[in-house]
Design a protein around this ligand. Structure first.
Ligand code: NAD
Length: 350
């Protein structure tokens, strides 16, 4: 199977590429390295079944050429991360709308099956006990850049659905809920790598707001096989599926757990949202997935708990810091890789 992964040098895309190579695929990655990095795919560059193409999904000619040479496409390339979206709203909108349209066009032209990565952000401020795929979207003002990621991904889903309806494009959509794990960067506002990095450096863990907002974190190692199974299931076509973690945790409890598991001497510092983002910034208090549709389709069950996730991220960051010698890591952080029952994942993370 020849598989194209857009955004394959990013966090999830690079793990997906590893998984697909292990399944026997030939993998081509299209990535402009805006938030991804060659380091994420360096271990595959000598593999003759792996091809990296540095370029943009906004370049329709490149997209057409690469899609025509593939049997199927995983579309993960996007401008991701609240910080990035808020600071670069226009580029982000163009990437997330026009870039996706170009992938949809090419997949339609060459009749290729497509998996589109969408997001739980599209549910916006809906704080229902459990969000299912039919749940309403409650977004803030269109003039607040913070919501433009959710708006763009919603348009992507509508586009994909229309291509399926009108042109018969074989496309399935997955809505990912706070996927975390090794290789995720904290640079664009991702909470787990940020807090773990702060704990490893012995800095205060900065928690926004009152810290009682909750999330359900899922592990990339649980999500990636599910992406592959969804695209391989014909009854998934034309539909969207939530893929999220099973356990809800507040960010303040997450920070406390990170301090405990890394053996850090750090404290927790509450930071008002307006100190981190522009005044008027809005966040959702909670976001809980109902995974039952994906469970019925492919038997999806998120198995990795928050402690294992924290340890995996800490272990990877610790190894990276040791290699790069770029941050001062507390010796006590070594405890992270010795938490009972944990298999260190650092070797798989770089
Ligand atoms: P990421 O930033 O690590 O990956 C995105 C990749 O896309 C990067 O490698 C980046 O360089 C690349 N990219 C950006 N613009 C591009 C362009 N114009 N052309 C080519 N490549 C481009 O983020 P991620 O967390 O791995 O996200 C992957 C996908 O999953 C995205 O579509 C994102 O919206 C979705 N998603 C992620 C999460 C999460 O919690 N990580 C949650 C919901 C949805």
């Amino acid at each position: 199977m020849r598989t194209l992964v857009t955004g394959g040098a990013g966090f999830i895309g690079s793990h997906l590429s590893d998984y697909l190579l292990a399944q026997g695929d030939q993998v081509t990655v299209l990535d402009d390295l805006s938030t991804g990095s060659v380091q994420n795919i360096a271990h595959n560059l000598m593999d003759p079944r792996f091809h990296f193409h540095e370029g943009s999904i906004l370049d329709a000619e490149t997209v057409h050429t690469l899609v025509s040479g593939a049997d199927r496409v995983f579309h993960l390339a996007a401008a991701v991360g609240v910080k990035l979206i808020v600071e670069h709203p226009l580029t982000s909108l163009r990437t997330n709308i026009h870039g996706t349209e170009s992938v949809l066009d090419a997949c339609t032209a060459y009749k290729r099956t497509l998996l589109l990565a969408s997001t739980s952000e599209i549910y916006g401020k809906n704080e229902a006990d459990s969000l299912n795929e039919e749940s309403d979207r409650i977004l803030g003002s269109a003039l607040k850049s913070r919501w433009s990621y959710a708006a763009a991904k919603g348009i992507d889903e509508s586009f994909a659905h229309a291509y399926w309806q009108e042109f018969g494009l074989e496309v399935a959509i997955v809505r990912l809920f706070n996927t975390v794990g090794p290789r995720q960067t904290g640079r664009y506002g991702m909470v787990v790598p940020n807090l773990v990095g702060q704990a490893l450096r012995g800095e205060p863990l900065t928690v926004f707001g009152d810290g009682h907002q909750t999330r359900c974190f899922s592990y990339v190692g649980d999500i990636v096989p599910a992406l592959s199974r969804v695209i391989e299931t014909p009854s998934a076509l034309g539909q969207a599926f939530n893929l999220g973690g099973a356990h809800e945790i507040s960010i303040i409890d997450l920070a406390a757990r990170i301090i405990d598991l890394t053996g850090s001497t750090s404290t927790i510092k509450l930071v008002p949202y307006e100190n981190a983002y522009a005044a008027g910034y809005e966040d959702m208090r909670r976001r809980v997935p109902d995974n039952s549709k994906a469970n019925a389709l492919i038997g999806f069950v998120p198995r990795t708990g928050i402690d294992e996730i924290i340890v995996a991220v800490a272990d990877a960051l610790f190894s990276k810091a040791s290699l790069d010698n770029d941050i001062m890591v507390q010796a006590s952080a070594l405890r992270a890789s010795t938490v009972a029952g944990h298999e260190p994942v650092a070797s798989a993370a770089h």
